[in-house]
Design a protein around this ligand. Structure first.
Ligand code: T46
Length: 137
């Protein structure tokens, strides 16, 4: 899989009415089962979350509020997606480097993960990630 197809946009449905906001996302269980949920919020100015790759974990990033950048690498090229539309979620496949940067003060990112937490699934050095990618090909 290449850097252009590793991210899929998923439409979040907006059911907002006079009572307030309600947003939903239907997940196709043939492609993704949710085994864990976590969220990131109150990230300080210039702080970076992520900066690692996952060997097998797939994730769906759901922007709840605010803006931030999702930066992806395949070990050679980089892609920057500025997330500012709370009506789109992003499904990221395993095997890609990710960094989350430039969080606005009000940014909240909900993440659905395809597996339980496992530190062995992380590659936390970019050099190691590049070597791992080459061996995976
Ligand atoms: C990812 C980016 C976007 C747990 O114990 N359980 C969990 O489910 C998670 C996500 C983390 N932790 C512990 C492990 C560390 O001791 O929380 C601590 C901070 O985790 P980490 O440094 O991995 O946090 P981020 O924000 O750099 O990365 C997280 C996810 O770990 C990662 O999968 O893609 O968000």
């Amino acid at each position: 899989m290449d850097i252009n197809s590793c991210i899929r946009e998923l439409k979040i449905s907006n059911h907002t009415d006079s009572r307030g906001g309600l947003f939903s996302l239907e997940i196709d269980e043939r492609y993704f089962s949710v085994l864990r949920v976590y969220y990131i919020k109150k990230v300080g100015l210039n702080e970076i979350r992520g900066s690692h790759a996952h060997k097998t974990l797939s994730q769906i990033f759901i922007p709840i509020s605010g803006t931030f950048d999702l930066i992806i690498s395949d070990g050679e090229s980089w892609r920057n997606i500025t997330i500012q539309d709370c009506n789109i979620a992003y499904a990221l496949s395993a095997g890609f480097w990710r960094e989350l940067r430039n969080f606005s003060e009000d940014a909240i990112c909900l993440v659905l993960a395809s597996d339980h937490y496992d530190e062995n699934d992380y590659i936390r050095s970019y050099d190691e990630f590049q070597t791992w990618r080459k061996n995976e090909k």
